[in-house]
Design a protein around this ligand. Sequence first.
Ligand code: PLP
Length: 441
Amino acid sequence: MEPGIILKWDNKEVCMRKHIDFIRTQSKKHTKWFSNSLPMIASENIISPLAREMMLSDFQDKYAEGPVGDRYYEGNEYVDNVERRVKKLARETFDVDYADVRPLSGTNANQAVLMALGGPNKKITAPDVSDGAHISSAKFGSVGFRGMEPETYPFDVDEMNLDIEGTKKLIRKERPDIALFGRSVFLFPPPLDELKDVFEEVGCKVWYDGAHVLGLIAAGKFQKPMEEGVDIMTGSTHKTLPGPQKGVVLANPANEEEKEKLSAGVFPGVLSNHHMHSVAALGITLAEQRKFGEKYAEQIIKNAKALGQALYERGIDVLCEHKGFTESHTLAVDVQEHGGGGTLAEALEEANIIANKNLMPWDDVESAKEPSGLRFGSQALTRLGMKEGHMEEVAELIERVVVNREKPVKIKEDVKALREDFQEIHYCFDGGEKGLHGMGY
Ligand SMILES: Cc1ncc(COP(=O)(O)O)c(C=O)c1O
């Protein structure tokens, strides 16, 4: 048993201090580990110093239930000023009429939309989990918990995208209330333009889960969902948008009633307080995005393509070579012949290359522990200042783990050496109070 677990009243302080020391030490170790690693999980990123400062601000302690300017609790003068400004920044960044910055995460934003527009008597179409959709859109996730069973779109594995004719057919047949798009392995934009006529014919609400690609979309890259027939877009704010762990609902609501429904879906639908420190941090991220986002997004995509090419040339089966591998930050890699996604994600971790195993479209959900694939994201490496040329070095390190099966400890030293030159956070303003941020990043 861990020391400090068995408590006597008279040594309680000593024991509790041990717990505190333990937790602080783990946090420091984590920071040190990651400052020596290649962060390549496609759903993560690194917050800027100024945004991190807001995460440590006293806004953390506040409750701000109810509408801006008409809260249920007092003491929200400055909180209101901030939330009003962040909503405006979000509306401007995504060029929408309506932005809700309260959801606590991408899943929470999705739950809010489902509370507003879904329900047991509603029909929804969505991508399938093994084709890269997020669990929140599955029967066993938020959609199912709202009493709905998604009809899933047919998928073209060679194109790693929806089968357009099949999707049209499905939407015409099901006549859903909501057609949901967006994925966690999001290599290429879904063909919304081609589907536009069918959406109009059926009269469904078009919902785009842009969790992974929100930063790319904010920069005008990947695709422009709101110009391609989408009514509502949700997303996480901490993947390609390099902000705090949070979510957003963005929309061009049809009318005031729909706007109110969307708002009530968030509060009181799925949350009570909405964590003002992260709202403030999101505001900083959005302001930084407006200044640096375009260059950042361009480099993310260039790096992902360059990494795809470099891995492919090393005999690693990166999907969609014929399409330039990706149009986003993400690469999907079939590593079945090298030992499987689960085994290799662990080996990569031992070498300080942090990525994740992933289902490929031909895997069934039962093989989640040892699926065929690995997923890599370029957004955090780009945030640390890496360019296309560095992707060769990254690919070589991955090759040594995946193909050559060298001992990870040996590779780890070379990963650390590479990372030494990449300790600064790029595409953001300098600043933040000294000592409050970025311990190692
Ligand atoms: C497509 C998609 N939607 C929603 C989410 C959930 O986001 P969060 O982790 O912020 O709840 C994810 C997470 O990776 C995702 O990939």
